[in-house]
Design a protein around this ligand. Structure first.
Ligand code: PLP
Length: 373
């Protein structure tokens, strides 16, 4: 199916990268990296050249998210997957409550379940449905996922917690930067940079409230709790305060992320989010207008502004069409999350994916399907 489909020239997007991560890194950012020549890559991450970039990045995030006083931007190697363990080991006092809406939130829950000295419980909805977090008695740690990348569900509300000794933690990996959060209601907000912040993987950013920092440093002193040295929050916090990481980072990753934060700070968070909403309206509006398409997330308020999931009538095989588009280098990596096993497009609405290119993508997909009918 679709093997004879040739994308008309006027519908070829200027960049084929619509994938939800690793995401589109602007070629200009790569050129800026190359221009650093001998001054950055291959120099020490403990010296000023690199530490100044780290500092600029931390300040950039503070500005972008308008962080309340006392919140700290902690950085380190390992990515969000590693943080699931690091959080369970070093931030959950006795019990975590997980709001599970898909594969990534489930994996976080499973990571905590394996730690013998804490207990973890999940509250789960079927894939394709949304669920906002809430407080429940007996838990000192709430875990939720801002944007479930596997399904395209976002949170619509993160409530303020009432309890004194309870922390709200948000995996913001694919939503950070494009889905608004009130940081006064959040204690731990973390993400990997290979999504909206257009850098490489293997690294994390964790924004911690004063309450979270206090807990991390207190639990870190409890010798009855085991933590591998490389997962100790005290190391991460102390080094981040010095604009460093505990062990050697990929400097290119930090540089590229900083370029993206600078780019997004030129517009500011509100404007970036406004643009994301316009792209979301375009994609979901397209799905509504075509009888062979259907937005996977039925409830409007949970439909993501960062990752759109659009089901396609089984008569038209998405896999076949994506193969043809990839072969022509027109659109790459726009299939459903593999374990969802759906005939579905999953498309990044990230800041670097332009409205014009998304519009072309919708038109060329429609053209391909309508030529098969
Ligand atoms: C919501 C979410 N959490 C966590 C992860 C894991 O991130 P990493 O692969 O950087 O560890 C991903 C990866 O796509 C994700 O989408």
């Amino acid at each position: 199916m679709f093997e004879n489909f040739k994308v008309p020239k006027e519908l070829v997007p200027s960049d084929p990268r619509f994938g939800v991560g690793p995401s589109l890194i602007p070629v200009e950012a790569l050129e800026s990296l190359a221009k650093t020549g001998t001054s950055l890559l291959g120099t020490s991450h403990r010296k000023d050249a690199v530490r100044n970039v780290v500092k600029e990045l931390q300040e950039g995030f503070k500005k972008y998210f308008n962080l309340p006083a006392g919140y700290e931007v902690v950085l380190g190697n390992g990515g969000a997957t590693m943080l699931w363990d690091m959080i369970g080991l070093g931030l959950v006092e006795k019990s975590s409550l997980h709001f599970v809406t898909g594969e990534f939130s489930e994996k976080w829950y499973k990571a905590h379940k394996q730690i013998p000295w804490i207990s973890a419980r999940e509250i789960k909805v079927e894939a394709g449905h949304g669920l906002n977090p809430r407080e429940e008695p007996g838990y000192d740690f709430i875990c939720c996922t801002l944007n479930e990348t596997s399904t395209g569900v976002m949170l619509s509300d993160i409530p303020k917690l009432g309890g004194q000794n309870i922390l709200m933690a948000v995996d913001a990996t694919s939503g950070a930067g494009q889905i608004k959060v009130d940081f006064n209601n959040v204690d731990v907000y973390y993400f990997s940079p290979q999504k909206v912040f257009a850098s490489e993987g293997g690294f994390y950013v964790a924004i911690l409230s004063p309450k979270a920092i206090e807990r991390a440093l207190r639990l870190g002193k409890d010798s009855s709790r085991y933590s591998p040295e490389c997962m100790k929050w005290s190391h991460a916090i102390e080094n981040s305060r010095l604009n460093q990481t505990y062990n050697t980072p990929a400097i290119a990753t930090i540089f590229l992320m900083n370029e993206q934060v600078k780019l997004m700070n030129k517009l500011g968070e509100d404007k970036v989010i406004e643009e994301a909403k316009k792209k979301a309206a375009l994609i979901y509006g397209w799905a509504k207008s075509k009888p062979y398409l259907h937005a996977y997330i039925s409830e409007d308020k949970f439909r993501s502004h960062a990752v759109a999931t659009i089901d396609v009538d089984d008569k038209f095989r998405v896999e076949d069409l994506t193969k043809v588009l990839r072969a022509q280098n027109v659109a790459i990596y726009i299939v459903a999350y593999r374990r969802l096993n759906r005939n579905q497009f999953r498309i990044a609405l990230f800041h670097n994916v332009s409205y014009e290119n998304l519009e072309k993508l919708t038109r060329l997909i429609s053209l391909a399907i309508e030529s098969e009918k």
